[in-house]
Every structure is written in C-alpha cells, then in structure tokens.
Design a binder for this molecule. Structure first.
Ligand code: PLP
Length: 478
C-alpha cells in the first residue's frame, strides 16, 4: 500500500472509529439478523484482483456493522463484556504496525521487557507478592490450561512430560477439584491434558454458590482411599454464572496440607482487587501456586489478553521448555524467553496495550471506574429487590446481578423458567439492552453485568426501564 494511501485511509478510519466510539450507544446493541444473513452477502471466493480500499470500507459499514453484536456498547450487559478503550485501541494499531514476534527476548527485546514490566505493575496493583512471575496468553482458557499443565508437571516421579499418559499401567489416576460453579475451561484443559472429564471432580457449593471446603476435603480423602492421586484444586474468584467467590484461605490451607497445586481462576473477578477496599477478594492468594486474571474482561483492554501469574515459573517452564537449534540464543538465564512457558511460539506484542491502558488511566483511574461499576451493580440489585415482580437469585459480591421476573400468580418453576427465557429474548429483541443467562439451582437467571467502561448510571436506568416495560408485555402474552 503506498504510504500516501495508508495515511489517507488511516486518517479516514481513525475519524470513523472516533465517531463510532461516541455513537455506539445509539446503535442496536444486538443485530436483528438470521443465521447466514451476513455470509450470504460475502463473496464466496477471494477477489483475484485487489479491490479498492473505499469498497472494503463501504462493506464494513453496510455488511459487517449491521450484523454486529456490539460488545463495545454501554448497554451490553451479557457474558463478561470487554471494553475496547481508546488507549487500548491505539495500542493495537501500533502493535500491528510494529508487528513483532515476542517469542524470545532476542526476537524483540522491547516486547519481552514491556511484558515483564507491565505484568509487574499489574501484580502490584492487585496486591500479589513479588515472587509471582507473569506471562500473557490469549485468553483465560489458555492461561488455565497452562497452569494445569504446570500442576500436572509438579506431580513428582510420574515423568508425564517425557512419557505421556497413554498406555501406562504404572500411573495412578490423577484428579483435580473445582466447584460446581468452576468454568468449563477447566474441563477443557483436563481433556487436552489427557485427564479426561473423569479427571475433574466437581465439589458442591453452599447457598451462595461458593465451594464448600469440607466437601473438598471429603472428596480428596475419598479419592485417596480409592487409589486416585489428587494433584490440583481450582478455586474461583468471580464465577461465571454469578461471580461467587470461593473461600480461598480455607482452600489454601487444605492445598498446603495435602500438597496440591492451587490455581485461582480470577479471570473476571481479579480486576476488582485493583480497588484497595476490594483487595480482600484475593486474600489467600499468597499461598496459591497460580492465578489467572483477564485484563480483556474488566480492565479496559481490548480482546484478547489474559495474564497468568505463578509462584513456580520453573515448573511451568519445565512443563513446556523445548529449544530447537534454530531458536537457541546466547543470552542465557539473564533474560526471559516467553516461548519457554507455553505452547505458543509466535506471540503478539500484547503487553503493549496493557501498558498503554495502565499508563493512560493510572491505577487510581482504573480503581475509580471499577468501584463505580460495583456501586452501579448494587444499585441495580436494589431496584430488583424493591420491585414486587422481580427477584434476585444470588448475592452480588462484585457488579453482576442474577435475577428473574416472578410475577404474582406464577409459582411453578417450569412456567417461571419459560417466562424468563421469553422475557430475556424480548428484552434482547429491543436492541436496547443485551443480557445473557445462566441457571442457578435449576432456575433460569438473567445476568446483568456492569463492567463496560462507558456504562454509567444513565445507561443502567435506561436498561432497567426497558426490562420492566418488557415484563408487562411478556406477562400479558401468557
Ligand atoms: N474463567 C472464568 C471465570 C470465565 O468467566 C471465563 C470466561 O468468561 C474464563 C475463565 C475463560 O476465559 P476466556 O474466555 O478468556 O478463555
């Protein structure tokens, strides 16, 4: 692309992006499209000859934008959202322009050292001790996979890295534990690591959806009597359904006593520890072996960026380090070669966007915004609690509210579940608000997650009005 064209279209695109970020709240947060609608408008093969940039940008506007679920919308309350903040977006632009591969220190010293410095800042911001070593992966699932691989490597005398698991009669069955509310990425890691789904034991939770430490102890003891070898516990800080927080300190005591690796999944919730008065949510982490936190969830960094901290980097490295001749460098132990700590060899310069975001907002600026999200989440919970036709289905330790409609005269659970499923669909069809759901104790629960950078009191008020208005329509349709 000639430099003049790059400059021309670059300026044009930045203007469009700036307008988009100001106006995204006016767009439907969720598109009204059927499956295949976008696909049918895209060419079925790549053009043989290059096309003009104008045409490409025009198609973005007319084909792609109308089919977008706008994750960067201030009334996107579904899943755990992600904020593509201004500094994060600009950093992505720069990252693509520099286009380095951060596999070795030698392959780009700045990329390695920015990652080291920035992860150390974040470590301090969430109150972890200096012994925690950080590394960036694409997502929380990848980070947890690597943590569990290290936990498996940490089992002494089994030599799994060299000899694998398949076909070995000398190996005991090994097991990891997480609560009924643990994320599915833990099961996926178990599949990929050769433990199978039977290698994961789900421990029961209390009425607040937190892991029951006594049930954990019993499960471990039971397994030991059956000749199964426990090796790891995954505790959650901010579970996906309702952001419940497992009792880390009690779990850590069990892990130390039983000699088990403790991995903490704080993919979403860990961000709240940036707020000084919320730091207690990570109490107990000082005894954890690893912890995952996703800046692409609640730290205003665009997708994708997840951080794994571990107190045992040497074990993680032992699990993955392989250095073929063509990647051998002369720097030795004085540098970090991130390729030694995981599956990916090629690694984007992801640290740059975290560095931009932390510098632009500052730790206090980030804490202020997260504190406000927590206040808004509690405000929404209060509205639910005060309304005679809605009810809350779980505590609100962070800024996520699980709720359902419960109009008078509808008491049967199948009917209530159906009503709420229809209600959520009707709410989402307005294009005003986007919610997702879960099931808690068999009850269909809508999730209202306040964590987008642009979500403020006006946005949650507007969402609450839409939700109430739709309830009346849903009930009258019964
Ligand atoms: N852990 C928790 C608690 C999550 O909620 C999620 C995703 O929402 C993950 C892990 C997986 O993270 P990712 O989507 O980045 O792979």
């Amino acid at each position: 692309m000639p430099s003049d064209d790059f400059r021309f279209y670059g300026h044009q695109l930045v203007d469009r992006l700036a307008d988009f970020l100001v106006n995204v709240g006016q767009l439907p947060v969720y598109p009204n499209v059927s499956p295949g609608a976008i696909l049918s408008r895209l060419a079925d093969h790549a053009p043989a000859e290059g096309e003009p940039m104008d045409k490409i940008l025009e198609d973005v506007e007319h084909i792609i934008i109308p089919g977008m679920a706008h994750w960067n919308h201030p009334r996107f309350f579904a899943y755990f959202t992600s904020s593509g903040s201004g500094p994060g977006i600009l950093a992505e632009f720069l990252t693509a322009t520099l286009n380095v591969n951060n596999m070795l220190w030698h392959s780009c010293p700045s990329a390695t050292e920015v990652e080291q410095a920035t992860l150390d800042w974040l470590r301090q911001m969430i109150g972890l001790t200096p012994e925690f070593f950080g590394i960036i992966y694409d997502g929380g699932s990848g980070a947890t996979f690597h943590a569990l691989a290290a936990a498996r490597e940490n089992i002494v005398d089994l030599d799994i890295k060299q000899r694998g698991l398949a076909g070995r009669s000398d190996l005991p069955r090994i097991r990891l534990y997480t609560s009924e509310q643990g994320h599915s990425s833990i099961d996926k890691a178990a599949i990929a690591l050769g433990l199978g789904l039977d290698g994961v034991r789900r421990v029961s939770v209390n009425s607040e959806y937190q892991m029951d430490p006594q049930a954990l102890e019993e499960a471990i003891a039971n397994d030991r009597t059956m000749g199964i070898l426990p090796f790891c516990v995954v505790a959650t800080v901010g579970s996906t359904s309702c952001t419940s927080i497992d009792p880390l300190s009690a779990i850590a005591v069990i892990c130390v006593r039983e000699d088990l690796w403790l991995h903490v999944d704080a993919a979403h919730g860990g961000a709240a520890a940036v707020v000084p008065e919320m730091r207690h949510i990570l109490a107990g982490c000082e005894r954890a072996d690893s912890i995952v936190i996703n800046p692409h969830k609640w730290l205003f960094v665009p997708l994708d960026l997840s951080v794994l901290y571990t107190r045992k980097p040497e074990v993680l490295r032992r699990a993955f380090s392989l250095v073929p001749e063509y990647l051998r460098t002369s720097e030795g132990e004085e540098v970090v070669n991130y390729m030694d700590y995981g599956i990916p060899l090629g690694r984007r310069f992801r640290g740059l966007k975290l560095w931009f975001v932390l510098r632009y907002f500052g730790s206090e600026g980030i804490a202020d915004r997260i504190r406000e999200h927590i206040r808004l989440g509690h405000q929404f919970a209060e509205w639910i609690d005060e309304h005679s036709e809605f009810e809350r289905l779980a505590p609100v330790p962070l800024s996520t509210v699980c709720f359902r409609a419960h109009p008078k005269g509808i008491d049967e659970d199948p009917a209530l579940n159906e009503l709420n499923e229809r209600l959520m669909q009707a709410i989402n069809e307005t294009g005003e608000v986007f919610l997702s759901h879960t099931k808690l104790s068999g009850r269909f629960a809508m999730r209202f997650v306040v964590s987008h950078l642009q979500t403020d009191e006006e946005q949650i008020t507007r969402a609450w009005k839409t939700i109430q208005a739709r309830l009346h329509i849903a009930v009258s349709g019964l």
